[in-house]
Design a protein around this ligand. Structure first.
Ligand SMILES: [Fe+2]
Length: 289
């Protein structure tokens, strides 16, 4: 497959953080160098894997009856950059469009490293349309370089970036959608949730699945997250036995009372290996009980 990697725009003159440089070195060691040694085969094999459409129907007594049957396409961890370029992104965009969702949620790690590539990313993401809107929250990789330009790019592309805020999707009595920015810890996620202002939302978007702890406290019926990539290497018999050891909530659907969490495998990755953990777009139909 000839998926051309995202071409870096003009090199940025801004001073970058230590985190950015650390991630660049890690990227060179675990991805670019081995991929170059193997003549590009690592990357080619990585992006040739079909993107799985994971369909779920979930029911909650907390879900508003006016939105019974709402279909949400959940796309995450694109990691636009060296491993995932425009062609592969277009496959993901086409897959989302094909399911005709009512709402689209993009839960972070839109870029892998550099925000310089985000104009090309948003050129593609601007093709996503849904009657209730296309919502975006940032992940840890979006913070490596220049998060503000990613938020701006999302807004300019007609998407709705949420940074610790809630909005009504679909008018005054619409679905209350909250979105929090990246935070590493449970207390950090809870603090960001508090900043969203509303006592209770209908839908929470958070890159880190740890936000589910705060969502349960607030009886939010559905939380959508990414970040873990489903562990990338998992046992076939149980995909929750995977390479993620720092997260209890690492892959798939979790439920506590009337609160649901879906942690998607995501579309991209920062290293080119997936075993029993295909790239995925989740399509969730929410029912009011
Ligand atoms: Fe990620």
């Amino acid at each position: 497959m000839s998926d051309d990697a995202a071409k870096p725009a003009q090199p940025s003159k801004r001073r970058r953080s230590i985190s950015y440089h650390t991630a660049s070195v890690r990227n060179a060691i675990v991805t670019k160098f081995p991929d170059a040694l193997l003549g590009g085969r690592l990357r080619a094999r990585h992006i040739v894997q079909p993107i799985e459409i994971a369909e779920r129907t979930l029911a909650s007594a907390n879900w508003p009856k006016a939105f019974d049957g709402l279909r949400i396409a959940h796309l995450s961890d694109i990691h636009f950059g060296h491993l995932l370029g425009p062609e592969r992104l277009m496959q993901a965009v086409d897959a989302v469009r094909a399911v005709r969702p009512d709402l689209i949620a993009i839960t972070g790690d839109l870029v892998d490293l550099s925000a310089d590539e985000s104009p090309l990313l948003f050129e593609h993401l601007s093709l996503l349309k849904a009657s209730l809107g296309v919502f975006v929250v940032l992940g840890n990789h979006d913070h490596l370089d220049h998060p503000r330009s990613i938020v701006r790019g999302a807004r300019d592309a007609g998407l709705i970036p949420l940074t610790d805020e809630s909005v009504r999707a679909g008018g005054r009595n619409g679905l209350l959608v909250a979105g929090i920015d990246w935070s590493k810890s449970i207390p950090g996620c809870i603090e960001r949730l508090r900043r969203c202002g509303m006592a209770r939302s209908d839908l929470l978007l958070a890159h880190n699945p740890k936000a589910f702890v705060g969502a349960v406290d607030r009886e939010i019926p559905l939380t959508l997250s990414g970040h873990t990539h489903g562990g990338q290497v998992a046992r076939r018999a149980n995909r929750r036995h995977n390479l993620v050891f720092t997260q209890r909530l690492s892959a798939g659907h979790y439920q506590q009372g009337d609160c649901h969490l879906y942690v998607t495998n995501g579309v991209g990755a920062w290293f080119p290996l997936r075993v029993n953990c295909p790239p995925e777009i989740a399509v969730i139909e929410m029912r009011a009980r």
